[in-house]
Design a protein around this ligand. Structure first.
Ligand SMILES: [Zn+2]
Length: 81
């Protein structure tokens, strides 16, 4: 039986996947249609270890930026048209 591992997209640290670790690790789903070639990319999601998530609250945005991508922002104006 092969074990699953989470791999941090920032520091490349690996940890055995599990209920607790999986819940503590950050997750970044790539927007549909985006293709990225990255060793830490699993399916369409990046993971970041708890340490990196704590140190870099904006890790997802920074990571995307380093890849030349940016998260789609929902800037909806609920003002009067
Ligand atoms: Zn990390």
């Amino acid at each position: 039986m092969s074990r699953l591992y989470l791999r941090c997209a920032i520091c490349s640290r690996q940890q055995a996947d599990g209920l607790i670790s999986s819940a503590m690790w950050g997750k970044l789903e790539l927007p549909p249609g985006v293709e990225v070639d990255h060793p830490a990319l699993k399916g369409s999601a990046f993971r970041a270890c708890p340490t990196c998530v704590q140190r870099h609250p904006n890790w997802a945005a920074s990571l995307l930026e380093s890849l030349g991508l940016s998260l789609p922002h929902d800037h909806r104006r609920a003002g009067t048209g």
